[in-house]
Design a protein around this ligand. Structure first.
Ligand SMILES: NC(=O)c1ccc[n+]([C@@H]2O[C@H](COP(=O)([O-])OP(=O)(O)OC[C@H]3O[C@@H](n4cnc5c(N)ncnc54)[C@H](OP(=O)(O)O)[C@@H]3O)[C@@H](O)[C@H]2O)c1
Length: 236
């Protein structure tokens, strides 16, 4: 039975990953900050005869990430670094909250690095050996210039965190290749979640069905690359 570890599993895209992989019979490690109040997640887990388990994780807390990794003694085929935060569109130049920027980097950049590091040996023991980092078109420098797909100003915190995450993907892909682990950046498209907002083009089931299809087809030969939910390669 293949296994997946998902961070930020209690709502939005993380919850949809858990719903779909659980329905497909996978072993699912569903990690979130407050499992005790994750009602939708608990309801999914209750239908799986113990295949889907809930785990407490705040990805911005390195020691806690390491402690959790020590409690799990099973291979993990696919790690999805999904937990993320974004500031409001109002916080442009001159209105940057630097303390918030530090916090956001801990979740969006250091968190995926810490989780990947802590769980690398679990992934190396598995058949699929894949790490997916949930990135964003808003982190693509090509796409955030004048004339690009995204409006050029604002969102310094989020955009810089995802651009740096993209570089993390590129560097980790070299360092983990010898252990047979592929690392990819995945763009889910603009999706209706708390983060994506109500006007986004896609709903979570549509985006995550497509993302899972892309991931199902990826292996070490695709490591260090950035894919959109459509399967196309995305510009960094
Ligand atoms: N939605 C989009 O249009 C879109 C587009 C491109 C990329 N993405 C990326 O896709 C991922 C999921 O986005 P989403 O739309 O599902 O966002 P969301 O609805 O805002 O959900 C974010 C999730 O991340 C969790 N989280 C935040 N900080 C955390 C931390 N320090 N430790 C552990 N969990 C934490 C949240 O948990 P709490 O409930 O505890 O806050 C929540 O489960 C993010 O990385 C995002 O950047 C989304």
């Amino acid at each position: 039975m293949p296994s997946v570890f998902v961070t930020g599993a209690n709502r939005g895209l993380g919850l949809e990953f858990v719903r779909q992989y659980s329905a497909d019979g996978w072993r699912v490690f569903a990690a979130c900050r407050a499992p005790g109040s994750a009602d939708a997640l608990s309801a999914i887990a209750a239908e799986t005869d113990g295949r889907t388990t809930l785990h407490a994780i705040d990805v911005s807390d390195r020691a806690a990430v390491q402690r959790l990794a020590l409690t799990i003694d099973e291979p993990i085929d696919l790690l999805i670094n999904n937990a993320g935060q974004m500031e409001s569109w109002d916080e442009g130049f001159g209105r940057i909250d630097y303390a918030k920027w530090e916090d956001l980097l801990r979740t969006n950049l250091f968190g995926p690095a810490w989780v990947s590091h802590a769980f690398a040996s679990h992934i190396a023991k598995s058949d699929r050996r894949l790490i997916a980092m949930m990135t964003s078109g808003l982190g693509s420098i090509t796409d955030n210039r004048l004339g690009g797909r995204n409006p050029p100003g604002k969102l310094y915190l989020y955009r810089s965190s995802k651009a740096a995450l993209n570089m993390l993907v590129s560097k980790l892909s070299f360092d983990l290749k010898a252990r047979g682990i592929a690392v990819m950046a995945m763009g889910p498209g603009h999706v209706q979640t708390d983060m994506g907002g109500p006007t986004a083009k896609l709903m979570p089931p549509e985006s995550i069905t497509a993302v899972r299809k892309v991931l199902a087809d990826r292996s070490l030969e695709h490591t260090g690359r950035y894919f959109f939910y459509t399967g196309e390669e995305y510009p960094w």
